[in-house]
Ligand binder design. Sequence first.
Ligand code: B12
Length: 370
Amino acid sequence: MIDMNPQPAASREPGQPEPDHPEPGERAPELGWPVGVVSERLAIAAPTLRSWDRRHGIGPSLRTRGNHRRYTELDIRRVLLMSRLTAQGVPAQSAADSVLAMDSQAIAERLEGDRGFAAPGEGDGLGRVPGPRGPGEPGEPREPGVGGARAGEVEGSEQDATDLVEAIVGAARALDPRTMALLYRQVMRRRDVGRAWVEVFAPALRRVGDLWEEGRLGVQSEHLTSELLQSELRAVVRANRLRVAGVPVVLASADDEQHHLPLLALEAELARHGVASLFLGPRVPSDALVSALRESQPRAVFLWASLARPQAEPFWRDLEIIDWPLEVVIGGPGWPDGIAVPEGPVTVTRVADFGAAVTALVPRPGASVG
Ligand code: B12
């Protein structure tokens, strides 16, 4: 239950546990967000949020009866501005004093003016695609989905993209995770996840792959590049978790196919569009995939293959048992031409790039999404 009477943040008993997520039976997002959700949304560590609340008064205006923090949308904007100011070098107490002296209008204007700038590690708390869900305070605009530069935001240039690719490859060679993580953040700050993938991440991966093939870079560099990228892409998915709806689209890599970064990029982009995914990841055995399809009855499945697949494999034959209109979308250089699919309600579409995959998987306006 939410106590609507604002209480001083410092009134919580020290040492009392505070859940990061709503308590059982409590639908907190109607009225305020728990620390854990705010932390995910803004990519600011929960201990930092608690410390800003305790030490500087930049915290939630609401508390549950159990005295757990609940942030309103205005509180979240205050936190976001606090993070921007401290990242610009303003000492924490001065930043807090400025933020607390501003009304909601001034905070909105300041954040608007600061769009081109975001703190290192800060989630894009504002750059979002408008979406159907998400709480808002009465009279406030709904918060759209996280993980994208907002229209009007300073966009990354082509040159910027080339430099970022080179810098990422350099960090991979030097096995420098800190620089690589900062570069990934920089990429995401100016681009939505789709553009980030197409303009920077995929070219960087291909370059890393080429250098590995030429023996000029070790597989450990490839692992570092992809592991950190996975976290980055998953953060977008997590931040949009509360927005996705409908029968999930199935995302899987083919049998024995370990590469699955394109699936993660797709999952993140689909989440931004409010489309749910059933993410099965790498190396999905053919029979397991067919079982998953039968259980979840999706309208579409996306299958990735980097490595060459045989012309005929059991999966295509097994599709015989599918008795609803299923769109099988295949992507990646591994798929051969001329795949033979049994007669029936299944259609197979081959897509050549990320944008085409997104177009094929996001439901057309007016289409039933189950
Ligand atoms: C990261 C990586 C790994 C990681 C995978 C991590 C992960 N979680 O995915 C690790 C280290 C585990 C790995 C392992 C292996 N890898 Co590897 N790997 C890569 C690397 C660098 C990126 C993979 C990737 O995400 N590619 C996706 C995009 C970025 O690349 P692309 O497919 O070429 O993009 C084209 C299109 O597909 C399209 N596109 C781009 N993005 C998207 C997105 C969508 C949705 C769509 C539809 C299209 C699309 O645009 C491009 C234009 O042509 C590639 C390099 C490469 N070029 O792919 C090698 C690469 C795929 N790997 C390769 C190899 C050989 C292997 C191993 C067999 C090595 C080994 N001996 O163990 C194993 C595979 C084991 C297995 N059974 O699968 C080779 C494959 C060569 C081949 N065709 O057979 C590559 C090409 C490297 C190379 N240049 O030689 N790998």
